[in-house]
Write a protein that binds this ligand. Structure first.
Ligand code: BGC
Length: 730
């Protein structure tokens, strides 16, 4: 049975549907109800007063869950799904129909101003977590908006600049996360980014919004613009954009109708856009739960539990951690008293409450000795604050120093110029550790900070990233050992800014952002160049230890399955994340030495062993073939390395995979070498090569003639005498 086509929407109504009725709502037109869209990925930011998308005006209180930078460190899709479901419930309780997240742009460079809102440097990790998050939110009857599609990897000049990316990295790195979320979780909306991609505004790009998103990936929802991202509504509607935000924009609506009348816009495109918004309104209405309420305390508890799972133990010599009862503890640093737990801009949430690390440590350890150590606003006498902190540290058995980046140092809207911790904080750390060797650093930051200046000085480092409103309790739980840390870095910590992949090309200038590092983003880059890093992608310690052994590999139509046995060899229950990295030695195309293609977490009691199975999806093993314009799985031996970080690989094996047959049509542009690669074709053109004197003819010239001629397109061979008479014939 086929569904009858719905009645066409009157052009004026269709146009009115395609722009907001207000900053945060859609229009009530032609029977479609108006609904709210609000930010944003880690909490509901429903503004009550004057609207803005800069996070300046007040919003209703809501639970501030760990921002993406923290959440990604869980490497746990189930947890991301739980957070999504909680956000869905909060959105329902506040009458919000679409929550504007998740942000799945890739952390191309550590200076990216919005990295705190993005998940990872890796598309498989990003896509897996984001898909689970989307399913969580949408399972509660609330829509999501997968953003910022695409190429919005920098904040600098974001409303004009073009992200210039070659097709392979665009497909294999930057679009891959979007593709996975669309295919696995069907977000109700996708948000088109501010920037251009390869010279075309994302909001006006038919290739991106129609050919790829709808045609190739099967997206069936509505494409929404980022707020203020549309410069030409006719071009945007023609390209595949449905809803222009914010509104109202009566002139633009009228312009669409006129454009249809004048034949500058296909009437079907306007119908498609109006219908997409009307369908979205219907979906929101069907999902609506008017009686929904939020259990504020339970959600705070969840925010704490999730935050604790996101904490990464980077280093623990001694071990200094966990802190043991009966020892006196100095708690130093402004962030222990005024925690930094989220980023600035449109995602800024008005939290229901905030856990303060100092208070949480006091609650667990009894008396602790506090010292501010520094201020982030420059107030106070810096020397006196530092001297006091050093004395407090000296008098205690252990010092815990909370350092990091202040809110003003990183936010939406601009990129950072360096990745340094503030100089006064570094000096404080150096002086504290000189007085108290048992010093633990606790880090709060949205973007990666360079740790080389302190990593060798202190015996222990705990990395929180940004942890949301429960971060204070979470950090305290990890420090005292009530929670065994299990987080893993979702982004490499480089030794120097000069080592990062886009060092010379970030953010770009004159409105061009050239992605010159190509495929080699994040761990792919450091491994290809053999660059030492301070802490590698995927790294994170535990208070217990794990053994990973017995790798078995099997291939099937679905991809490659890696099976290993993980054993908890220590004395505490804990969680390990098995990470599978794939390389294709001898590949016919450029490939990263090794790239993450799958992972799985396992929680084990002391002494317990379990088999962990990870499917490396066939689609993720494919590369994009720009000539064939399709994904290709290479027939090859795949090298699978299984480890607990990208640089702590515990087992490696190879497995053969049947690949795809790519036969390109032979044209005048086909080169001789391409033709010769096909045995049948090689046999059939052998006589033609006779025109050049046959095999061995190059010896006189000291060259392998066929090889030398390999790059000549067939259409040009004639110019070199193919088919012509040879000198001997004359
Ligand atoms: C941001 C989006 C956000 C929107 C609405 C824009 O400035 O880029 O991520 O959802 O504002 O606040």
């Amino acid at each position: 049975m086929t569904t009858p086509d719905p009645d066409p929407i009157a052009p004026a109504d269709a146009a009115a549907l395609t722009s907001g009725a207000s900053f945060w709502t859609t229009s009530e037109v032609a029977g479609a109800a108006s609904f709210w869209l609000t930010d944003g990925p880690h909490g509901v930011r429903r503004q009550v007063g004057s609207p803005d998308h800069l996070g300046l005006a007040a919003s209703e209180p809501a639970t501030c869950f760990p921002p993406a930078v923290g959440l990604a460190q869980s490497w746990d899709p189930e947890l991301a799904g739980e957070v999504g479901a909680a956000l869905g419930r909060e959105a329902q309780a506040q009458g919000v129909g679409v929550l504007l997240g998740p942000g799945v742009n890739i952390k191309r460079d550590p200076r990216g101003g919005r990295n705190f809102e993005y998940l990872s440097e890796d598309p498989v990790l990003t896509g897996t977590l984001a898909a689970a998050w989307v399913r969580g939110v949408q399972g509660e009857g609330v829509g999501t908006s997968l953003k910022h599609f695409a190429g919005n990897e920098a904040e600098h000049d974001r409303m004009r600049a073009s992200s210039d990316v070659d097709e392979r990295p665009l497909r294999e790195v930057y679009l891959r996360a979007f593709q996975r979320v669309v295919e696995d979780a069907q977000p109700w909306t996708v948000m088109a980014a501010y920037n251009k991609v390869n010279g075309v505004y994302a909001t006006q790009d038919p290739w991106l919004l129609t050919d790829v998103l709808r045609g190739e990936w099967g997206f069936t929802g509505a494409v929404v613009s980022d707020w203020g991202a549309v410069s030409d509504r006719v071009a945007a509607t023609a390209a595949g954009l449905d809803l222009t935000m914010p509104g109202p924009d009566a002139d633009g609506d009228g312009g669409l109708v006129t454009a249809v009348e004048e034949g500058r816009l296909d009437a079907a495109a306007l119908q498609r856009a109006g219908r997409a918004v009307a369908d979205l309104a219907a979906e929101v209405a069907a999902g609506r739960r008017p009686d929904a309420t939020v259990e504020v305390d339970a959600h705070h508890e969840l925010a704490r539990r999730v935050a604790a799972r996101c904490v990464v133990l980077l280093k623990n010599d001694g071990p200094v951690l966990p802190l043991t009862a009966g020892r006196s503890v100095a708690v130093i640093g402004e962030f222990a008293q005024q925690p930094r737990y989220q980023g600035g801009g449109s995602s800024h949430v008005n939290p229901t409450r905030v856990d303060v690390p100092l208070e949480e440590l006091r609650a667990r350890l009894g008396d602790v000795a506090p010292a501010r150590g520094f201020t982030t606003d420059g107030s106070g006498d810096a020397d006196a604050l530092r001297t006091e902190a050093v004395e407090v540290a000296r008098a205690a058995d252990v010092a815990v120093v909370f350092v990091g980046l202040a809110a003003g140092q990183e936010s939406e809207g601009f990129d950072r110029e360096d990745i340094e911790l503030p100089a006064d904080q570094l000096r404080l750390v150096r002086e504290v550790v000189a007085a108290q060797p048992r010093t633990v650093l606790v880090l709060s930051h949205g973007g990666v900070v360079r740790l080389a200046p302190v990593a060798d000085l202190v015996p222990a480092i705990v990395d929180g990233g940004l942890l949301g409103q429960g971060g204070g309790a979470a950090l305290a739980d990890v420090l005292v050992g009530a929670v065994n840390p299990a987080g893993k870095l979702a982004e490499t910590v480089p030794q120097r800014l000069q080592d990062v992949p886009a060092y010379l090309d970030f953010p770009g200038e004159f409105s061009r952002h050239r992605y010159s590092e190509g495929l080699h983003v994040g761990h792919r880059w450091y491994d290809a160049r053999g660059i030492e890093v301070t802490f590698p992608f995927g790294h994170g310690l535990s208070y217990t230890t794990f053994d990973v052994a017995g790798l078995e590999l099997a291939s099937s139509d679905e991809g490659i399955t890696a099976t290993v046995t993980v054993t908890n060899t220590g004395s505490r229950a804990g969680r390990e994340v098995v990470q599978c990295y794939v390389g294709v030695p001898g590949s016919a195309v450029q490939r990263p030495v090794r790239e993450l293609k799958g992972f799985a977490g396992v929680t084990l009691e002391p002494g317990e062993s379990r088999e962990v199975r990870v499917l490396l999806r066939r689609a993720d093993l494919a590369y994009w073939h720009p000539r064939a314009q399709r994904w290709v799985v290479e027939p090859a031996e795949y090298e699978i390395s299984v480890g607990v970080s990208s640089r702590d690989l515990r087992a490696t094996g190879t497995v053969a995979l049947d690949g795809d047959d790519v036969r390109l049509p032979v044209t005048d542009e086909t080169t001789l070498a391409e033709l010769m690669a096909d045995p049948e074709a090689a046999a059939s053109i052998a006589p033609m090569l006779g025109a050049f004197g046959g095999e061995g003819a190059g010896e006189a010239l000291g060259v392998d003639l066929v090889r030398m001629m390999g790059s000549i397109p067939l259409g040009r061979l004639r110019a070199f005498g193919a088919g012509a008479r040879t000198a001997d014939d004359a």
